[in-house]
Design a binder for this molecule. Structure first.
Ligand SMILES: C[S@@+](CC[C@H](N)C(=O)[O-])C[C@H]1O[C@@H](n2cnc3c(N)ncnc32)[C@H](O)[C@@H]1O
Ligand SMILES: [Zn+2]
Length: 284
């Protein structure tokens, strides 16, 4: 993956950003992002800019260990069919020009869509520093921003042709505000079959059966469902893959040592199901 200083992709999207303190327009000056009223945010050495403000909640997001596990698993290509389905959904109407991924983690999915949309510029937004660092290296046309998805997004109104949320938080009011009227919101959620073979043996968190319905309901005030694509396939996983896939999830915080023991007791190769729904919405 190409490495950039972060300044170039940030310059390309600066006109889309809103100051998190005063909502004013922003511009890149030297290695910082600043509004006309003098609020200024430095570009970190690792290529991301923090637009977290004092008012941000105490969200910390994923840990460095979870990000490492996620990057290793995504690097194995086993979620490539999910990325492909996301790209198909995101490019189905008009080609993306300005893309935001909320809770972008490594930036893997944003990078996949940017690869398929040569004229697009992307913004990776995550509340976790280890994620922001990785996303800054995800794609030459992706800027990386540290921000809390549950706060007003640091973006101007009607600036994004596409917003993505993949296994990540959604903030319907704010997504509706930043999308263009013709824009698309593409959401990937796990189904109850996702990684089901590992849930029992590794005591992982189970996906709630009603998740798709709840998603539609939570978005229905602002969005209309355009398309819903199921993606389900088997992945033959070895112990190392299983360690990564378990380590990237929300059960990573506890019982890591115990989990390794449980993994050691599994067959050498386990056939694990990947199962998600890719939902495409347009603003009402
Ligand atoms: C399950 S991970 C998915 C990451 C990425 N979309 C992927 O699939 O590889 C969820 C991500 O959401 C981020 N996150 C959690 N709460 C957040 C918040 N309030 N604002 C922004 N990002 C958040 C986490 O740090 C994490 O990177
Ligand atoms: Zn300002």
């Amino acid at each position: 993956m190409p490495v950039n200083s972060g300044a170039e992709p940030l310059t390309a999207v600066a006109r889309l950003l809103a100051c998190p303190e005063c909502r004013d327009d922003m511009a890149v000056r030297d290695r910082s992002l600043a509004c006309a009223r003098g609020h200024s945010f430095d570009l970190a050495r690792q290529g991301y800019v923090s637009l977290l403000t004092g008012a941000s909640t105490k969200m910390s997001g994923d840990t460095a260990a979870m990000l490492d596990a996620r990057a290793a698993f995504q690097g194995s290509g086993r979620f490539a069919p999910i990325a492909d389905a996301l790209v198909t959904a995101a490019t189905a109407a008009a080609p993306p020009r300005t893309l935001l991924e909320i809770g972008s983690g490594t930036g893997y999915y944003l990078a996949a869509v940017l690869d398929a949309a040569p004229d697009a510029h992307g913004i990776a937004l995550d509340v976790a520093k280890p994620a922001a660092r990785r996303a800054a290296r995800a794609h030459p046309r992706a800027a990386s921003i540290l921000a809390d998805a549950w706060r007003p997004l640091p973006l101007r109104d009607a600036t994004m042709t596409h917003v993505l949320s993949v296994f990540a938080p959604r903030n319907p009011e704010e997504v509706a505000r930043v999308l263009t009227p013709e824009g698309r919101f593409v959401v990937v959620t796990p189904t109850p079959n996702h990684l089901a073979e590992l849930i029992e043996p590794l005591r992982m968190v189970r996906v709630d059966e009603a998740k798709d319905d709840r998603l539609a309901e939570s978005l229905s005030a602002r969005f209309e469902l355009v398309d819903r694509a199921p993606v389900e396939y088997p992945m033959p996983l070895g112990h190392n893959d299983i360690r990564n896939v378990a380590g990237m999830g929300p059960s990573a915080h506890h019982e890591a040592a115990e989990r390794d023991e449980r993994i050691a007791g599994l067959p050498e190769i386990v056939r694990v199901t990947a199962s998600v729904t890719v939902s495409t919405y347009r603003p009402r």
